[in-house]
Design a protein around this ligand. Structure first.
Ligand code: GDP
Ligand code: MN
Length: 346
């Protein structure tokens, strides 16, 4: 079977050792600076040891500056597939001409004073806008159908015993996550107003069986700030390149909130997935154990943790804690929560 869980009575431990089956048209993708080299090296080593050494998928690296020789040498030695290095064009990493520079500067100064994380940063805003609207359109990405985003300094705590790309392809999934939480309100104050404007202008793009219940507690009137944490993502690139997604991104970009506020790519991707996709197209990967500072996803279910040789502490699993939105995802999809979740709520 494609993705048998170790919790299943039919589980066979030999599944971890072999990598059978076809390869998907897929790549890892990392946005990084040259100075990130040792932190991305750590992430690559984890991904290779736990998964890719048996599958040898490619890895695309993107940067707003040219990658240096050290970055290329270190990363290409670690990746078992082919590596490609892309320089992002200026137009994808700068202020659009309709942005009022004075207004944007005032916002940064004000956010700095209020100690809002990355509130004073220009480059962080370019990064969030790039991840929202441009990474999937880079020439190096055009040949692929699926991507897996990897950031510097992440941790994978368990073996990955099947090909997640193949799960996505064969079950018709377009977007997936391992961690979800509430967004910092100060950074996205008008994102939902912009989203509502888009919904009004483009009712044809809203999916029939969407996940509004994940995003809103009052049927769309207000945003509850739930989002999938986008530093981990496995998704379908053709969906991001589709008209519904592109219309959504362009509508947000025109409104200017990437610069007049500090809209993150996580809420942007999440709202898009929640509204433009059917529920059945979004997937939660319980089996992929993951850490990005400061949150951990450690699989619920001891049998899984032992079978996949996990080294995470189940007490640190964020899924069922108060600040996570994952239990809401289970509820709106009518999925039963895994056995033992009650013991991980605080
Ligand atoms: P955080 O996870 O929100 O704290 O943000 P990170 O610092 O991890 O940045 C998110 C991603 O964007 C990571 O993959 C970084 O390597 C990358 N990144 C952030 N800023 C820049 C930048 O100015 N240039 C480049 N090339 N990559 C960046
Ligand atoms: Mn990060």
């Amino acid at each position: 079977p494609l993705a048998l869980s170790p919790e299943d009575p039919k589980w066979d431990v030999d599944l971890v050792g072999i990598a059978p089956g076809p390869r998907m048209n897929a790549t890892f993708v990392s946005l990084a600076r040259n100075s990130d080299v040792w932190d991305i090296a750590r992430s690559i080593r984890q991904v290779e040891d736990r998964f890719n050494r048996r599958y040898n998928y490619d890895w695309v690296f993107l940067n707003d500056k040219p990658f240096d020789a050290t970055f290329k040498k270190v990363t290409s030695s670690l990746v078992s597939g082919n590596t490609y290095y892309g320089e992002i064009p200026k137009e994808h990493w700068s202020f659009p001409e309709w942005i009022d520079q004075e207004k944007a500067k005032k916002v940064r100064e004000d956010m700095a004073e209020r100690n809002i994380i990355y509130g004073d940063s220009i480059s962080y805003r370019h990064m969030c806008r790039f991840e929202s609207g441009f990474f999937f359109r880079q020439p190096l990405m055009l040949n692929y159908e699926y991507y897996w985003r990897v950031e510097p300094s992440i941790e994978l705590y368990c073996d990955i015993h099947y090909d997640p790309f193949r799960v996505m392809a064969e079950t018709g999934k377009k977007y997936s996550f391992v961690l979800s939480l509430y967004e910092y309100v100060e950074t996205i104050k008008t994102l939902w107003d912009s989203t509502k404007k888009f919904m009004k202008n483009h009712p044809e793009h809203i999916a029939e069986d969407n996940s509004m219940g994940f995003l809103s507690d009052d049927n769309g009137d207000s945003y509850n700030h739930c989002h999938f944490w986008s530093n981990f993502e496995i998704g379908n690139l053709d969906w991001l390149r589709s008209k519904p997604y592109m219309d959504y991104f362009e509508s947000l970009d025109q409104d200017g909130g990437f610069f007049y506020e500090r809209w993150g790519d996580a809420p942007v991707h999440s709202i898009a997935a929640g509204l433009l996709l059917n529920k059945s197209e979004i997937h939660f990967f319980n089996d992929i154990a993951y850490w990005h500072v400061p949150f951990t996803h450690c699989p619920t279910g001891e049998k899984t943790r032992l079978a996949l040789q996990c080294h995470c502490n189940p007490k640190e699993n964020f899924d069922w804690k108060g600040y996570s939105c994952t239990s809401r995802f289970f509820d709106i999809n009518g999925i039963a929560k895994p056995e033992g979740y009650e013991n991980q709520q605080d």
